[in-house]
Design a protein around this ligand. Structure first.
Ligand code: FMN
Length: 216
């Protein structure tokens, strides 16, 4: 089958993306507004960018009305009316349901933390709180927001942030800075309402050595 995105509805383009770009890690992004009111929401259009400086990105799309989601309103650059800061918290299986509950569209200023029964903890460097339950939290300053279709429903926004502080729970990272995947117990998002765990893992070398290794 061949598809021309220009001939598909926005909903069908979205379905192809979320079904085929899998598994996706989930950034559970905490922000706050100028009054310090906290917000947290999951975003699976999420990736690392580089390690010098340490940067990552996530993509809060425009709402069906073409407006900005609360997370973007809060974390966009100060010159654009935001606070310019956010925290990316990892998502473990233990609080998967609370994470999904935070996709509820609450009124601006109403906290998903309280709504879902999650706990805030003070961040070390930025104003938005981190998620106390998170095994790893990346405190970020917004470097840039790239908008692919401002004001239009489903238009994308890429928020690029520089990580200015990392918090890891006890037993998650060893002295060589290796993250224990079992302790992290991350979940990922698949198509539709489906998720996956990271409990089935395998190892292999890179490059030509990968071909010489028996296994999968
Ligand atoms: C697992 C999961 C992943 C999601 N990923 C995205 C995403 O990448 N981009 C997006 O715009 N919305 C995504 N959503 C929907 C947002 O979380 C939802 O619109 C939320 O209400 C936004 O909150 P806010 O208005 O407080 O920013 C996702 C929802 C779930 C449950």
């Amino acid at each position: 089958m061949e598809f021309n995105p220009a001939e598909l509805s926005q909903q069908d383009r979205y379905k192809l993306m979320i079904g085929a770009i899998v598994p996706r890690p989930i950034a559970f992004v905490s922000t706050c507004d100028a009054q310090g009111r906290a917000n947290i929401a999951p975003f699976s259009f999420f990736a690392g960018v580089g390690s010098n400086p340490m940067t990552l990105l996530f993509c809060p799309a425009n709402t069906p009305e073409g407006t900005e989601k609360d997370t973007l309103r809060n974390c966009k650059l100060a010159a654009d009316g935001g606070l310019g800061e956010f925290v990316v918290n990892t998502v473990s299986a233990a609080y998967a349901r609370q994470m999904a509950a935070c996709a509820e569209p609450l009124a601006f200023g109403e906290s998903e933390f309280a709504f879902a029964g999650l706990t805030t903890a003070a961040s070390a460097v930025v104003r938005p709180p981190r998620l106390a339950e998170a095994r790893v939290s990346f405190e970020c300053r917004t470097l840039q927001v790239v908008r692919t279709n401002p004001g239009q429903p489903g238009g994308g926004n890429i928020v690029i942030g520089e990580v200015v502080h990392v918090h890891a729970g006890d037993g998650v990272v060893n002295e060589r800075l290796h993250v224990d995947p079992a302790a992290l117990d991350a979940i990922g998002r698949m198509g539709g309402m489906a998720y996956c765990t990271t409990r089935d893992r395998f190892e292999m070398p890179m490059g030509k050595a990968a071909l010489a290794t028996p296994g999968r």
